[in-house]
Design a protein around this ligand. Structure first.
Ligand code: MF3
Ligand code: CO
Length: 257
């Protein structure tokens, strides 16, 4: 069942995703060689609690932390640890919050210092794929239109789309219907309706699309150990446009300093 949200509920989801956006920027300030992913997690948790919210992932199906920090060949669900970031790494930071009974959920992949041209292109194309998907999140379209747009853009650039993990509805639960795959066919899947709130979250690999789960029970790696990027927006479906509830503006400010 797909739960439609009222304007009041969408405003709460907007505030929550803005808090996630700000948290990601706080984390982004610290992303430099030498910092551990555990330190990033601690800063995020404190920032969220200071803003009257609760980390959305911690305790979710037993997940142990506030952030998912996925480095290089880690696709998503990387667990913060004592790993020290190194020049040339890319790190996907995924963050969730709960406040006023609703979730927020967004992600951004950061460069650590100077990265290779190939990784730069992967980040650019993954982000562009997200934007292409968002353009399709309009009432009357179908979920397959989003996946088709994401997949087409990623594959045009020689990258591959992870199949095992997908976007989702967002609301009082972190994962609601519908599933929002990053691949698909135009005109297929559930119809998008005004008031639906979905997370669009392309996970795009530089090499093969295949992934496997780490022995830690969480971390997803690429099968060929090549890098992967992940960007995630929460989006409200409207009649003639997609209303993005996440913003990367705070992150951009930090990165351009
Ligand atoms: N944004 C991720 C997702 O939508 C969050 C993972 S939550 C975790 O699946 F708690 F399971 F890590
Ligand atoms: Co998500």
């Amino acid at each position: 069942m797909i739960v439609l949200k009222t304007n009041e509920e969408i405003e709460i989801l907007h505030e929550n995703n803005l808090l996630v956006s700000k948290t990601l920027a706080e984390v982004g300030k610290l992303i430099k060689p030498g910092i551990t992913t555990r330190e990033l997690d601690q800063v995020a948790e404190e920032f969220i609690l200071d803003h009257g919210a609760v980390p959305g992932f911690k305790g979710y199906h037993g997940y142990p932390n506030t952030l998912c920090t996925s480095v290089n060949d880690e696709v998503v669900h990387g667990i913060p640890s004592g790993y020290e970031l190194q020049e040339g790494d890319i790190i996907s930071v995924d963050c969730g919050v709960i406040k006023n009974g609703f979730y927020g959920d967004s992600a951004f992949t950061f460069a650590v210092g100077e990265i290779s041209p190939g990784k730069k292109e992967l980040l650019r194309v993954t982000r562009e794929s997200l934007e292409k998907g968002v353009e399709q999140a309009v009432a009357g379209n179908r979920v397959g239109d989003i996946g088709y747009a994401v997949q087409t853009h990623a594959e045009e650039h020689g990258f591959s789309v992870v199949r095992e993990l997908v976007g989702h509805g967002l609301g009082k639960n972190l994962h609601e219907a519908p599933e929002v795959p990053n691949f698909g066919r135009r005109g297929r899947g559930p119809k998008l309706k005004e008031g639906m709130v979905i997370c669009i979250e392309p996970m795009i690999n530089m090499g093969v699309k295949d992934v496997y789960q780490d022995r830690d029970g969480w971390t997803i790696h690429t099968a060929d150990r090549k890098p992967s990027a992940h960007f995630e927006y929460a989006v409200a479906v409207r009649k003639n446009h997609a209303e993005v509830l996440t913003t990367y503006d705070y992150i951009e400010k930090v990165l351009n300093q």
